[in-house]
Design a binder for this molecule. Structure first.
Ligand code: URA
Length: 442
């Protein structure tokens, strides 16, 4: 006999620490997606119960599968480039400050003949969104049909676009609730949200960039490792070749956090320059992706140096209506914040910089609001750099000068300047943590 399931008993079971059955999970997600028998307030209560009680591995697998089944799966199995079947490989970051890596990475990997279907998101809280950044390029559009994605993957190799409404719609609804109910930072909910979309997207291989540190959703490295292990297991069990890098997000990546300012920095990387940490992480992730695509000997640094990654970037932007030669928008108001003392910058808090960029207009306060393309923070020093009192620490870029006070307040205490240590200069950086902390596989 089919068990009778109702939302209240599912919530009460999880609240009291009982493991949910597969039937309870599939019923709840199906009914919530169809708005038939599970209301937003009931899902909010269940999400909080999951946040507090956690989930077993079996529950996470079933929860993720039910979210995938709430929509349609994409299939890139028949893709061809230059007349041959082609491997698909995607990268997903758990979100950080100044994390513009997708921008140089997708065209770089595609320049080796691999297909990179990169479904990306918009900014969330203090973390930036790849689509918001790319929209600062004149004419560029994020919304493509599945047929347009296929055709661009075959002709250019790289697509960065928004997920269609039918890709894991349960996650779309649930994510909006989690954002406003304090339930984002839960390992089962993060893992199932990310992996349902990545598995439904139909990529053959996936490389995860799991962040840890103040600018990440999970600041403890033990939690980040558990998240990485959970996601790698989910991907592998679903037949997606999945590996993860655990990476540091205690300080922003590169020297920019915002929209157009991050595109400009990505162009420096594609032109063979750019900040060392952005280049290092781009290359580390590119190597992982190329190995997963069956190209273990490929040398991604060579394609940054010789312009092949830049050529693919230009084709990718143009294919989505963008003008790769158009000047990027520039903020009419720039406020410079200066160092209060001399010494060496011992730390620079990623979360504070993310909040400052968001307050300047780079992120949104309410879902669906417009962001300012020109808003963001430009850093003039990174941990390990010597600084002199009175010299610039940050430049705050915005279209709305009334936002500057809030950004300055967010940055209060974010930069710690300590006594000068012998050898603490831009080249040796003895005070910095390694960027890639570990690699996680099954
Ligand atoms: N990105 C997602 O897709 N889901 C989350 O829960 C967090 C970041």
């Amino acid at each position: 006999m089919t068990p009778v399931i109702d939302a209240v008993s599912v919530i009460a079971d999880k609240r009291d620490g009982r493991e949910l059955t597969d039937e309870q999970i599939t019923w709840t997600i199906d009914r919530y997606t169809r708005a038939d028998g599970v209301a937003d307030e009931q899902m909010s209560a269940l999400l909080m119960a999951i946040y507090l009680r956690g989930m077993t591995d079996r529950e996470i697998v079933t929860w993720t599968r039910s979210m995938i089944d709430s929509g349609t799966r994409m299939d890139f199995g028949g893709l061809r480039r230059a007349g041959r079947p082609v491997a698909t490989v995607d990268k997903h970051s758990t979100g950080g400050v100044g994390d513009k890596i997708t921008l140089p990475l997708a065209p770089l990997v595609a320049s080796f003949g691999v297909a990179v279907p990169q479904l990306s998101g918009r900014g969330l809280g203090h973390t930036g969104g790849t689509l918001d950044k790319l929209e600062s390029i004149s004419g560029w559009r994020a919304d493509l049909t599945t047929a347009q994605m296929h055709s661009q993957l075959e002709s250019v190799g790289a697509v960065i676009c928004a997920a269609g409404a039918d890709l894991a719609p349960a996650d779309r609804k649930m994510y909006a609730l989690r954002d406003v109910t304090g339930t984002v930072e839960s390992i089962p909910l993060l893992a199932s949200s990310i992996m349902s979309k990545k598995i439904a997207e139909g990529t053959g291989a996936l490389v995860l960039d799991v962040k840890t540190g103040s600018g990440a959703f999970l600041s403890s490295s033990d939690d980040a490792r558990r998240l990485a292990e959970t996601m790698v297991s989910l991907g592998t069990a679903a037949g997606v070749r999945t590996t993860a890098l655990l990476t540091d997000m205690s300080t922003p990546l590169g020297l920019t956090a915002g929209n157009a300012v991050e595109v400009a920095e990505s162009l420096e990387v594609l032109a063979g320059g750019g900040p060392a940490d952005v280049v290092e992480l781009t290359l580390a992730l590119a190597r992982e992706m190329l190995v997963a695509a069956g190209l273990p000997d490929a040398d991604p640094a060579a394609h940054l140096a010789d312009g092949r990654a830049m050529d693919t970037w230009r084709s990718m932007i143009a294919a989505q209506g963008g003008d790769p030669d158009a000047p990027l928008p520039v903020a009419p108001h720039v406020e410079v914040v200066r160092a209060a003392s001399s010494g060496v910058l011992t730390s620079l808090d990623a979360h504070a910089v993310g909040v400052a960029a968001w307050r300047l207009g780079a992120g949104r306060a309410v879902p669906g609001a417009a962001v300012q393309a020109e808003a963001g923070v430009v850093l003039h020093a990174k941990p390990g750099d010597a600084v002199v009192a009175g010299t610039p620490l940050y430049s705050l870029h915005t279209r709305t000068p009334e936002a500057i006070a809030g950004a300055v307040a967010a940055l209060e205490g974010a930069a710690v300047i300590g006594p000068m240590v012998v050898g603490a200069d831009r080249d040796s950086r003895p005070l910095t943590r390694p960027l890639v902390l570990d690699r996680v596989t099954v």
